[in-house]
Unconditional design. Structure first.
Length: 45
């Protein structure tokens, strides 16, 4: 987690932006971030 000074709220996983409060102009809805994380492609062995 990185703390910013402008009220920015970004969620990044594996270098990919999952959610940006600045881009969307809102906070995420319940389960929105979890759903986005689950939809990331998972490498298979």
């Amino acid at each position: 987690m990185l703390v910013g000074g402008r009220g920015q709220f970004d969620v990044v996983a594996d270098g990919e932006l999952i959610f940006s409060k600045q881009k969307e102009q809102r906070f995420p809805e319940p389960d929105e971030v979890i759903g986005a994380l689950r939809s990331l492609s998972v490498p298979t062995a």
